[in-house]
Design a protein around this ligand. Structure first.
Ligand code: ADP
Ligand code: MG
Length: 746
């Protein structure tokens, strides 16, 4: 992993750091603004302890974060349709640390490492002519040697001011040997004594988004730290001692103001503490929800199966044994007066959707309504399109509600839903907005795909009177971990795939065979095939991903002209949907995409998946991507193009993928590989549904968190003691507060 900062960052002098950088924030400078609309999520956080309010203020309320950067923070850290909050910034942990403590003499400096040098400016060496592309160089020296500072596309005025000839300066950056000379290309810092005194010994490096500069994130993180209130300890002191973990506040300080690079280690005490906190909050919420669900009676609502049989009869295939078994289990739950809390687990392509539809049909037959919530607009539409013919054939009234509907249409749909004139509603997040009301919601199905948290699932189920809840997940989580992510849920697993699927021919080949690949694709599409072409994730920048995809699309158009489509994460929703639809209809034959296609899109005619720079993807992600093909009866292939030479871990990932299509085995191998410190894995943020906790490193904390949650609730089921109140704060902090509402509802 390169620790090199982006060269795209404009030159920044630290000669005069903005004053607020180091100054502790006084009370007078704290401007509480009205906080985010709390109702946007459809649940009310009004009971959040006031103590936490500063953390739930928008990032824009931090000093030094203007409107432009605020937008960028929203893009980087905003979630669930809300902007970035101070707490999001605090939980945006650095993924690396630049150690600026080395202060060698030039002679002793180590190449390719960061050094902070005290130098005298000797000479300015501008490019030979103003139009020349040559860099502006500045020769600096100490008594042991000299170094050239190199500035491409230099701002000459700035250089003259920041590095006047004869002055003594401190420069910090990576030293390189080039053509026999020591040089430092774009020093990260150019400082005078005063600025040097304020230089943090170790500088955290944060994930960014295009346009957001490292120093802005660093500075905002420091300001966010100043907002951190003193919070009561919610973890059992014995547990803390066992973990060797600092307090919550100390952990955040260690991570955002590291004194040594090890302070930010994902396996170190500070990150462990936060990971544990999140796991604890999650376990607590899950246990509370479960207790509540147990206490509430469900309603028996299954009909005798007339509608489901009509739908089944219209299917062009027969249900697999696994589908029938899962459906029977679900139906038994729906029919019983116990409230269903069930997970339907099935690898990509295992046929969960039809199971969901049949389950919903049972509920509708009993005179109630059902809702299916998908993680994205595209998926919601796709679910609707696939279900609609079947539903209409069985006289079910089905509708779509998403965030993108026209107001008038939306109002009509909402009214129909409330009046009970719609039997099944399919939608996105929009479904749990407060304006959405049902006449009698009996079953909420959540197509999980990692995107929704407990509170969101609950918010949807909470719209019904004792509504049953079915969560579908394509993540083949090893059974042992189901508890962790989904709590004490019953599980139905689709263990077999629909018959007639031919194994996917998976091959790995070096990128330099791109020409052959393009030729082969040309032959295949002339025979009617359709291909996905996935471009890689590059560094931390979505913009670069997009650029890579655009470039590849342009390049492929030279061969295949208008048959090439493009879909990426930066496109507007409608535009992206249109590109996907053209591909689904066969108007385009090659769909170049960033990983936006990872989630759930179903085009059975697509039989080729090309993954460029496959070595950069995680195993689970490669598996999900490959699952986009091999859905019809035709023979499918997956080409994993990698850049040689392959590292050990990447080679192992590609090997496993070639060996098996078994999602469970892949998930286990993934855990094993990541456990072994694979770099790509380490860059991946939290485990599904988590922001800080990581499966690979924090797995052993799970049982600990569960035990602690159980003990805490056993001692104080309503969380009213002092410790109980601290735990409530924890729940709010990790936004598991829907669980707190259950307490009040009693
Ligand atoms: P998942 O959501 O589990 O990834 P889908 O529900 O999208 O999978 O189903 C994948 C494909 O398999 C769809 O095209 C669906 O129509 C088809 N399918 C589902 N069940 C069967 C079955 N029993 N036999 C044949 N094809 C099936
Ligand atoms: Mg699906």
């Amino acid at each position: 992993m390169s620790l090199r900062r982006s060269w795209r960052e404009p030159l920044t002098a630290s000669l005069k750091p903005p004053a607020e950088f180091y100054k502790p924030l006084g009370a007078a400078e704290f401007h509480p603004r009205p906080f985010l609309p709390r109702r946007r999520l459809g649940y009310n956080s009004a009971m959040r302890p006031a103590l936490l309010d500063p953390l739930f203020a928008p990032v824009a309320t931090l000093p030094g974060v203007g409107p432009k950067n605020a937008k960028l923070f929203d893009r980087l850290l905003g979630r669930d349709g809300r902007g970035a909050l101070v707490v999001d910034l605090l939980f945006h942990l650095p993924y690396a640390a630049l150690d600026r403590r080395a202060r060698p003499k030039i002679r002793d400096a180590v190449w390719n490492q960061i050094a902070t040098l005290e130098v005298k400016v000797v000479e300015h060496r501008p490019p030979p002519s103003p139009r020349s592309k040559a860099p502006f160089k500045v020769l600096v020296e100490d008594e042991t040697g000299d170094v050239e500072l190199v500035f491409f596309l230099a701002n000459t005025e700035w250089i003259k001011k920041a590095l006047p000839i004869g002055a003594t300066r401190w420069v910090s950056g990576k030293l390189e040997l080039w053509d026999g000379h020591l040089q430092m290309v774009h020093p990260d810092k150019v400082m005078d004594e005063e600025a040097l005194a304020k230089l943090p010994p170790v500088e955290p490096v944060y994930g960014l988004t295009e346009g957001l500069f490292p120093r802005v994130v660093g500075r905002a993180a420091q300001a966010a730290l100043q907002r951190l209130p003193s919070l009561p300890e919610w973890t059992d002191p014995a547990t803390l001692r066992r973990l060797g973990a600092p307090s919550f506040a100390d952990a955040l300080h260690a991570l955002h103001s590291p004194q040594q690079p090890a302070d930010i280690d994902a396996a170190g005490p500070a990150a462990t503490r936060l990971g544990f906190d999140e796991l604890l909050a999650n376990q607590l919420a899950l246990l509370m929800v479960r207790a509540r669900m147990r206490a509430l009676k469900g309603r028996s609502s299954a009909g005798e199966g007339r509608i489901a049989r009509r739908i089944e009869a219209a299917l062009p295939f027969r249900l697999t044994g696994a589908q029938s078994k899962a459906l029977a289990e679900i139906r038994a739950d729906i029919a019983s007066d116990k409230r269903m809390l069930r997970l339907l687990q099935g690898d990509v392509g295992s046929g969960k959707t039809i199971v969901a539809l049949l389950a919903m049909a049972h509920v509708v037959e009993a005179g109630r309504q059902a809702a299916l919530m998908a993680p994205t607009e595209i998926l919601a539409r796709q679910h609707l399109e696939r279900m609609q013919p079947l539903a209409l054939g069985a006289d079910l009234r089905i509708a779509l509600i998403t965030g993108r509907d026209k107001q008038s249409e939306r109002n009509r749909a909402l009214a129909a839903l409330a009046a009970g004139e719609i039997d099944i509603v399919v939608g996105t997040h929009a479904l749990f907005q407060e304006s959405v009301a049902f006449r009698d919601l009996g079953l909420a199905v959540v197509d999980e795909q990692h995107r929704f948290g407990v509170h969101q699932r609950l918010a949807l189920a909470g719209k019904g009177d004792a509504a049953d809840l079915l969560v579908m997940t394509a993540t083949p989580i090893p059974r042992t971990l189901v508890l962790t992510f989904f709590g004490d849920m019953d599980v139905s697993a689709l263990t077999e795939k629909p018959p007639g699927r031919v194994p996917i021919d998976t091959r790995a080949m070096p990128l330099d065979r791109l020409g052959d690949v393009i030729e082969a694709i040309g032959r295949a599409i002339r025979k009617g095939a359709r291909a996905y072409w996935v471009c890689p994730v590059i560094e931390e920048s979505e913009a670069l991903d997009v650029a890579a995809a655009e470039e590849r699309a342009a390049n492929l158009r030279e061969f295949f002209g208008g048959k090439v489509g493009l879909a990426h994460g930066r496109m507007k929703g409608a535009e992206k949907d249109a590109a996907m639809e053209r591909f689904a209809r066969g108007e385009t034959k090659v769909l170049v995409a960033t990983t936006v296609i990872e989630v759930g899109v179903d085009v059975p005619e697509a039989t080729i998946m090309v993954i460029e720079h496959a070595e950069r993807f995680g195993l689970a992600q490669l598996h999900q991507l490959r699952g986009r093909v091999g859905r019809g009866a035709g023979k499918s292939s997956c080409l994993l193009l990698y850049k040689a030479p392959l590292g050990e871990a990447a080679r192992a990932r590609l090997e496993i993928l070639r060996e098996t299509e078994d999602g469970f085995r892949i998930a286990e191998e993934d855990l094993r590989l990541r456990g072994e410190g694979d770099v790509l894995g380490a860059r991946q943020a939290g485990a599904p549904g988590f922001r800080l906790a990581r499966l690979d490193l924090h797995a052993k904390l799970l049982t600990l968190a569960r035990d602690e949650a159980q003990a805490a609730l056993a001692a104080d089921p309503r969380l009213t003691s002092e410790r109980g109140r601290a735990l409530r704060a924890l729940l709010y902090l990790f936004e598991r507060d829907e669980a707190v509402k259950l307490l009040e509802a009693g």
